[in-house]
Design a protein around this ligand. Structure first.
Ligand code: NAD
Length: 446
C-alpha cells in the first residue's frame, strides 16, 4: 500500500498541485502478483554482439515480445543493453545512444537492464575503463527515469554468457515486478550451478526454510512470500512475541520456534527442529535485528552490545552451527538482512552500522565455503522500508528519509521479501557473496 502522500499525488487534484508546486511525484509501483505478465510491453535488446543475438532468441522462448530495434513511438516494457564485449569507452556510444532514442517510449514501471562484465576482471586499462563506465552510466540513468521505472545491471563474471542460467535468473528478477524497489544496482553472476525453476510461480517448491524475527514486520512478510513461492516454513522469534509468531505461523502453515537467537545453542535448536520435522534445512534467512540509536558520545555498553550480539554475532554463531551439523540440504542458501546504514553510515547508528557492515563482511568472506558445498550466502541491504520500526521515526524526519531516493518513496516489506525469495531460489545459484540493496536507489551513500 502506497503512503498517503503518494496516494494524494496520484489523484487528479493532488497530481496537478504537486506539479505546480514542484513537489516530489512518486509513482505507485507495480508489485508482483503470481500469474501477472513478466513485463508490461515489448522488450528491446540493444547491442550487436553474439551475446545480444543469443539473449534475444532466449527471451523469445519466454513468450516475450522481443525487438532487436525499437519501432518509432511504440510503448516499451523494457530496454536491455548488452555491453558484454566493450573494450574501450568509445564503444559505449552506439548502444547507449540507440537506447537513448527509446527512453521516452518506456512505459510507467518499465525496466532498463545493462549486461556487462566486472571492471575488476579486465586485463587492460581501456577495457576496465569501459566496464567501469557502464557502472557510472547505469547509476546516472536510473536517476533520470520517471514514473516508477527502474534501471539495474547484471555483471557477467569470466566464463559467464548472456544466456547462462544465472544471467537469465537475474534478468528475470530485474524485469519482473518482484524488483519494484531495486534501482540503480548491479548484481554479479557467475557460472555456478543454477537454472530457472521448473515452475516460475513456485520457485521454492519442496524447500525447507527458516526465517528469524518472523513475528512481524519484514520477517513476517518474508515468511508469507517464501510460503507463496512453495517453501515449508519454520518461524523463529523471541518468546515475548509468541502470540504474533503463532499467528504468522498459522497463516503460512509453518511451525513456530520460540527462541532468542543470541542463545549459545540457538543454531543447534534451529537445526534440531528442522531435522526432526523435515529431515533437513535448505534456506536460512537471518532477518531478526534491532536498533538502539544513540550518538557515540552517549553510547553505553548495553546499547552497543545488544545490537552487535543480535544483528551479527548471533548470525556468525548460527552459521557455524549449521555448517558443523551436516544437515544442510544439497544447495543451501543463506540470506542475511543488512542495511544501507552499514554502507553509507547514519548519524546516531554507529552500533547498528557496525553490525550491518559486519553482515556484509560475513557474507563476502563465507561465500567460498558455501560455494564448496554447492550453496550460496548473500545479503540484502534495505533502505527506508515502511514498518513499525520506521513508523516510530518523527514525522518530519520520516517524510524526508522516505523521499530521498530515485523512486521518491519508502519501500514495502514485500520488496525486501521478494528479493530474498529470489536469492533463496535455484535461479540465483550463480550469485554468491553479493550484497543487493533494496532502497529505490537511496541518494545518500554508495
Ligand atoms: P521489527 O522490529 O519490526 O522486527 C524485528 C523482529 O526481530 C521482531 O519480531 C523481534 O521480536 C525479532 N527479534 C529481535 N531480537 C530477536 C532475538 N534476539 N531473537 C529472535 N528474534 C528477535 O523490524 P523490521 O523493520 O521488520 O526489520 C527486520 C530487519 O530488517 C532487521 O534486521 C532490520 O535491521 C532490517 N532493516 C529494516 C529497515 C527498515 O526500514 N524497517 C531498513 C534496513 C534494514
Amino acid at each position: 500500500m502506497a503512503d498517503k502522500y503518494t496516494q494524494l499525488v496520484n489523484s487528479g487534484l493532488g497530481r496537478n498541485l504537486a506539479k505546480k508546486l514542484g513537489l516530489p511525484q512518486p509513482a505507485v509501483l507495480r508489485r508482483y502478483e503470481p500469474g501477472q505478465p513478466l513485463v508490461t510491453g515489448p522488450v528491446v535488446v540493444v547491442g550487436d554482439t553474439a551475446g545480444a543475438d543469443k539473449l534475444a532468441a532466449e527471451l523469445l522462448s519466454w513468450d516475450l515480445d522481443v525487438r532487436r530495434h525499437a519501432v518509432p513511438a511504440e510503448k516499451l516494457g523494457a530496454i536491455i543493453l548488452v555491453l558484454d564485449e566493450v573494450e574501450h569507452p568509445a564503444e559505449l556510444e552506439k548502444p547507449v545512444l540507440a537506447a537513448a532514442g527509446s527512453l521516452r517510449d518506456l512505459r510507467p514501471g518499465g525496466r532498463i537492464i545493462t549486461l556487462s562484465r566486472p571492471a575488476a576482471e579486465a586485463t587492460s586499462p581501456e577495457t576496465a575503463a569501459a566496464r567501469q563506465g557502464v557502472d557510472g552510466f547505469l547509476r546516472s540513468l536510473a536517476k533520470e527515469l520517471r514514473a516508477g521505472a527502474a534501471g539495474n545491471g547484471v555483471l557477467l563474471a569470466d566464463g559467464t554468457t548472456s544466456i547462462s542460467p544465472s544471467t537469465l535468473g537475474a534478468i528475470r528478477f530485474f524485469l519482473s515486478a518482484r524488483s519494484a524497489f531495486v534501482d540503480g544496482q548491479f548484481l554479479k553472476v557467475s557460472t555456478e550451478d543454477g537454472g530457472l525453476p521448473a515452475d516460475p510461480q513456485r520457485p521454492l517448491e519442496g524447500k525447507v526454510a527458516v526465517v528469524t524475527g518472523a513475528a512481524r514486520g519484514i520477517g513476517a512478510q518474508i515468511a508469507r512470500t517464501l510460503h507463496r513461492d512453495g517453501a515449508t516454513l519454520i518461524l523463529v522469534d523471541i518468546p515475548a512475541a509468541g502470540d504474533q509468531l503463532a499467528s504468522v505461523a498459522n497463516e503460512v502453515r509453518g511451525t513456530a520456534l520460540q527462541l532468542d537467537i543470541t542463545g549459545e545453542d540457538a543454531g543447534q535448536r534451529i537445526i534440531g527442529h528442522a531435522v526432526q520435522r523435515h529431515g533437513r534445512l535448505d534456506i536460512v534467512v537471518h532477518n531478526a535485528g534491532i536498533t538502539r540509536d544513540k550518538l557515540l558520545a552517549n553510547m553505553d555498553q548495553a546499547r552497543w552490545n545488544s545490537v552487535i550480539n543480535i544483528n551479527i554475532a548471533a548470525q556468525l554463531r548460527i552459521n557455524e552451527a549449521l555448517l558443523q551439523s551436516g544437515h544442510l540440504g544439497p544447495a543451501p542458501r543463506i540470506v542475511s538482512v543488512a542495511s544501507t546504514s552499514g554502507i553509507a553510515g547514519n548519524r546516531g547508528q554507529t552500533n547498528y552500522a557496525a553490525s550491518k557492515g559486519g553482515v556484509m563482511g560475513m557474507v563476502r568472506a563465507s561465500a567460498p565455503l558455501f560455494a564448496s558445498l554447492g550453496g550460496t550466502i548473500n545479503a540484502v541491504a534495505p533502505g527506508f522500508i515502511e514498518t513499525e520500526m520506521t513508523a516510530r521515526i518523527p514525522l518530519a524526519v520520516r517524510e524526508v528519509a522516505r523521499r530521498l531516493n530515485s523512486l521518491q518513496q519508502g519501500g514495502l516489506p514485500s520488496d525486501v521479501a521478494e528479493t530474498i525469495a529470489f536469492l533463496a531460489s535455484d535461479a540465483a545459484g550463480g550469485i554468491n557473496g553479493e550484497v543487493l540493496r533494496v532502497c529505490g536507489q537511496n541518494l545518500v551513500g554508495a
